[in-house]
Design a protein around this ligand. Structure first.
Ligand SMILES: C[S@@+](CC[C@H](N)C(=O)[O-])C[C@H]1O[C@@H](n2cnc3c(N)ncnc32)[C@H](O)[C@@H]1O
Length: 283
């Protein structure tokens, strides 16, 4: 494992996403790069597109989109460590001419109106006030440009026992991320895209699953199986080290694992949960 550039006390004080980025977690959305690729295709990304990835985390998807489609990409995130890691990633992948990363807030993007062809968020809008955020996404989009969202959902009208458990998972994720977190239904996502004034709206429901295809895509985009395996080992070592060193981090991992069990692993609840790929065009 790489020696950390921060002290244990500094690591202990990091917010959830900065901590996970420091640990080396490449990305957080459950559909993996397969979902990112599909979303970029739905947004009609091509080599001439100017794309912004809002809430880009450590820049894994932003670099992947630039590499796969040959377009230019700007990644923006509010978490400082994540942006530092994203810049390191772009440099290591020799993508500095295609990809740029900046600290910034989804509610107040540091760009002029009508700047981008495509705005993408993955597992970010679910933490935001979509009215405010989508209005801001539309502002920075050129007319005719596309918004693409890759975000979690839960079905409406589910049995009370499952609903209660999912609410517990929402509470857990809200607590560990310190961000408001509740899962909308696919219909909610569609309504919010409509409310933002977008047209040609399509929302596709997907279930969470890790396919062999996705693992291959991930390993390829990391530079091969050797690097993928090394990252996995480094994550295991980092998690063990931080878990042993800090009560706060231990409790965070325990909570995270409970939340994931409810939303992703337990069939009785996870069958009502998935992710949507949603798109809409600025008129
Ligand atoms: C679940 S992570 C997803 C990261 C990345 N999109 C991915 O799929 O791996 C949520 C990200 O949203 C960022 N975020 C939360 N609120 C934000 C805001 N107001 N503006 C910009 N980024 C924000 C967090 O810092 C974090 O990196």
């Amino acid at each position: 494992m790489q020696e950390s550039d921060l002290s244990m006390k500094e690591i202990d004080d990091l917010g959830y996403y900065d901590f996970m980025s420091q640990l080396g977690v490449p990305y957080f959305h459950v559909g993996g790069l397969t979902s990112t690729k599909r979303l970029a295709e739905l947004c009609q990304v091509n080599k001439d597109s100017k794309v912004i990835v809002v809430g880009c985390g450590t820049g894994f998807s932003a670099c992947f989109v630039a590499q796969s489609f040959g377009c230019s990409v700007v990644g923006v995130d509010i978490a400082e460590v994540s942006i530092r890691k994203a810049k390191e990633r772009a440099k290591a992948a020799d993508l500095m001419d295609k990809v740029e990363f900046r600290i910034g807030d989804a509610y107040d993007l540091p760009f002029e109106p009508d700047t981008f062809d495509v705005v993408i968020t993955e597992f970010v809008s679910q933490f935001l006030d979509t009215n405010r955020a989508f209005r801001e996404f539309v502002r920075v989009l050129k007319p005719g440009g596309m918004v693409g969202i890759n975000e979690m959902y839960r079905d409406a009208n589910i049995p009370p026992a499952a609903e209660e458990e999912i609410m517990e998972a929402e509470r857990i994720f809200g607590e560990i991320t310190q961000l408001p977190f509740s899962l909308p239904s696919p219909e909610n996502w569609e309504q919010w895209l409509q409310k933002a004034g977008l047209s040609d709206i399509h929302v596709y429901k997907n279930k969470v699953s890790v396919s062999e295809k996705d693992l291959k895509l991930m390993s390829r985009s990391m530079g091969g199986f050797g690097k993928f395996a090394r990252l996995f080992m480094s994550l295991m070592i980092g998690m063990t080290r931080y878990t042993l060193s800090s009560k706060k981090i231990r409790s965070r991992f325990r909570q995270l694992s409970k939340g994931k069990r409810i939303l992703i692993r337990n069939r009785s609840t996870s069958k009502y949960v998935g992710y949507v790929l949603g798109v809409g065009r600025k008129v």
